[in-house]
Design a protein around this ligand. Sequence first.
Ligand code: CA
Length: 227
Amino acid sequence: MKLLIVEDEVKTGEYLQQGLRESGFVVDWARNGLDGHHHAMIAPYDLIVLDVMLPDIDGWRILRSLRESGNDTPVLFLTARDAVEDRVKGLELGADDYLVKPFVFTELLARVRTLLRRGRAPTQIDQLEVADLVLDLPRRRATRAGTRINLSSKEFALLELLIRRQGEVLPRSLIASQVWDMNFDSDTNVIDVAIRRLRAKVDDGFEPKLIQTVRGMGYTLDVPDGR
Ligand code: CA
């Protein structure tokens, strides 16, 4: 899961970045509104933590421009003022939740996890396909050549990540942080075991084989060349 923090206050930004990284997220931190706007518009994030009071482009303008461009990435905004109008304005502009500063990290983390669980807006795609493998995201179901594949929630998350990043070689550390919400720097065996199980379910008895090991680098899912 990849998050963007837009926050000009260095102390708060560092605190958020460190805390969210330790919680297993991949985190980009934009230190001003211009950078934040740029990042939010061009890069795919699972969630944006958006400070409202920024010296150049404020959080409201970033949020408005995101929503006007059809970008539905969940936004948790941070406001220093405990003003009702602020909260109403943020939610009207299409933010998903807010926190009033100062906040404790555990509360922010809880909000972030809730928003991520709530999932993507219905306007976004709800089905992923590679060859005859189909993931039905709302129903959390996978099929291959029309045959239902029973997956655990971790296996589903792993397969979803591989399909969303089709053709990219994903290092074990990235898989660990995105699927297990933890760092497995010392124990990548967990990933190997999970991949082996997933491969048995997804590829055994089917052609072409989609999940591939890239020696020394990680794993990728793709339709092999020439197919
Ligand atoms: Ca600020």
